[in-house]
Each structure stands twice: as structure tokens, then as C-alpha cells.
Design a protein around this ligand. Sequence first.
Ligand SMILES: [Zn+2]
Length: 161
Amino acid sequence: MQVKVKGKERGELLRKYGLRERNRTKDILQKVTRFLVDKFRGYAFILEDLKRLRNAANRKVKKYNKKSKKVQEVSVRSKEMKRRLNSTPFRRIQSYVEYKALLSGSLVHYKSPHNTSKICARCGGLVNSLRACPTCGLDRDINACLNLLDVGRCGAPKGSP
Ligand SMILES: [Zn+2]
């Protein structure tokens, strides 16, 4: 349904502000990734292979609806969470980092994020969806980074005594 808004069509306004928002996002991403690549010039970048990330964000399960007395597909996440996850341009951030890093001579590696935040890099305990490791208290984000770096237990490089 089209609604007149002060002489302008709704679609026209949506296009205008949508384009403005897209350009803002693009500008911020370009600046942030430029900063990152310049700051870590000479280092290699390890990025998570984010295939099927949207599927995980929009995952649905079958549940019994008491009102309609039917088995229906229901989203696992809330509407707000889905909006947040789906409006974040993960892959665009990665592609900007990738081409800028390659142009400046840095290497880019893609690694599978499988189990990187589940198993503790320091003690080997199960972190799962907790904020930090229940045994040693290592933060889950730092833990995921250590697991992506593949440094092995206790932060010691693999193969070292
Ligand atoms: Zn731990």
C-alpha cells in the first residue's frame, strides 16, 4: 500500500534514506577496515569462514502451538536479535579487509570457526555458551581468538616443550 507523505511517495523516501544508510555503512566499513589494515601492516589476518552464518541466525525449530493446536516452525531467536544479526554486513567487512590486506602485502587466512568458542584454549574445559571458562575464567572472545590462532594449551605454541 502506498501512502502519500508530504507530497512524496513512501517508496521514494524509503529509497532515498535507504541509499543514505547504505552509503553511511559503506563509509564506516571502509574507514574501519582501512584503520585495521594500516595498524597491522605486515601481519597476517585470520578470518572465520562465515558460510551458513545467516542460516544459524535464522534457525527455526518445530514447536507445538497451544492456541492453534498445530506443530509450527518457530524461530529460535527473537525478532530484534535476528534484525541485529542480519543487518550486520559480516561478509562485506571480511571482503574489505581481504582486498586491503592483500594490496598492502599482508596475508589473509580463512579458518573454520567450528568449536572455537566451545573448548577452552587454556585448560581444555567446556565453555559452551558461558561468558567465560568455568574452570579457569578465560573470556570466551579471547578464547575464540586463541583457538583460531591454534596456539595449543596454556598459550604455548604447538610443538613446543
Ligand atoms: Zn579454561
